[in-house]
Design a protein around this ligand. Structure first.
Ligand code: PMV
Length: 325
């Protein structure tokens, strides 16, 4: 009998990029989840299969053998899972083989934290299977460390939101703080389908900040004010203000060079169809945009994003972090 665990995807609602320079950001877990089933094996191998990516392979100790799909891709995608599973086996003290099957509803490579969600869910599923009790704090640590080995993500935003769920305020020097957001946040997420690299986008911002420090500095301050105003808007259930703040945040991100044609098209289309606000989310240069909308306009916004060439879906905030199904 197997154990199934799941963990949510993330979006950055406010403050991406400026967060790298010490400003705050607001991150949200959404109701798209990665599901991982873990079962014991009769040998000591770790077998991983991803139904979405059509990849499967086998780790015998640290030697990886591909079964299905591209070996390099599979090794890169599965390595953080192996790292996390190794840690759990060490805690368990027994060399038990594990079968892992991944089913995810999160678009891959779009900045929605699919990789961290898979690792967090794998950690909880394998921990439960091998009777290793793990606190959420431990799951976060293990996911963070496993992700760092492969992706080198310094901020840890993705592992944190996948583990804890809800809404988190993040700042480099103070870390994560949960925000108690009671209001519903109806969103349409539009995937541009344009590939992007977080590293390249972060470098692009660095160049602008270095070349125009006296222009960048007030932009940073404005980004911080947007986050602070958003926290007030959450308390007041003020969806309209949140929408306006999203538009302003997008303008700042455009200013530091990380928007791109399709992100502009999709954001314009969403606003024109009645969204209260729209912005790129995450690294930019492609990937996804998000639009905040009243419930009654969601369908129109979704259609508009689709007509503008995006792949849209409706998403809502979820307070459920990593969990056993
Ligand atoms: O890689 P993404 O799309 O989740 O975005 C990363 C967010 C940045 O602020 C651009 C970088 C970071 O490490 O915080």
């Amino acid at each position: 009998m197997g154990i199934v665990a799941s963990a949510p995807a993330k979006i950055i609602l406010f403050g991406e990029h400026f967060v790298v320079y010490g400003e705050p950001a607001i991150v949200l877990a959404i109701d798209k989840r990665a599901y991982v089933k873990a079962e014991k094996r009769n040998d000591t191998n770790l077998h991983v299969r991803s139904t979405n990516l059509n990849l499967s392979g086998n780790f015998e100790k640290s030697t990886f053998k591909i079964e299905h799909g591209d070996a390099k891709e599979a090794k890169m995608k599965f390595e953080p899972i192996r790292q996390a599973v190794e840690k759990i086996r060490e805690k368990c003290g027994q060399d038990i083989g594990v079968d892992i099957e991944i089913n995810s509803t999160i678009p891959v490579g779009a900045g929605l934290g699919s990789s961290a969600a898979v690792v967090a869910a794998s950690t909880l599923a394998v921990g439960t299977l091998l009777d290793v009790k793990l606190s959420k704090e431990e799951i976060f640590r293990m996911t963070f460390e496993a992700e760092q080995v492969v992706h080198g993500t310094p901020s840890g935003i993705d592992p944190a939101i996948s583990t804890f769920g809800g809404v988190l305020l993040f700042q480099m020097d103070t870390g994560f703080k949960p925000l108690d957001v009671k209001m519903d946040l109806p969103l349409v997420i539009g995937d541009t389908g344009v590939e992007r690299s977080t590293r390249v986008q972060v470098e692009r911002v660095r160049e602008i900040v270095d070349n125009f420090p006296r222009i960048a500095e007030p932009m940073m301050r404005a980004a911080r004010e947007i986050v602070l105003r958003a926290i007030d808007a959450f308390k007041e259930n003020d969806l309209n203000t949140l929408g306006e703040l999203m538009n302003m945040n997008h303008a700042l991100l455009y200013g530091v060079g990380v928007s791109e044609e399709s992100l502009e098209w999709l954001s314009y289309a969403a606003r024109k169809a009645g969204a209260l606000g729209a912005k790129l989310t995450g690294a930019g240069g492609g990937g996804c945009m998000i639009a905040l909308s009243k419930d009654e306009k969601l369908e129109k916004v979704l259609e508009a994003i689709q007509r503008a060439g995006g792949r849209p879906f409706v998403a809502r905030k979820t307070d459920e972090g990593v969990r056993i199904e």
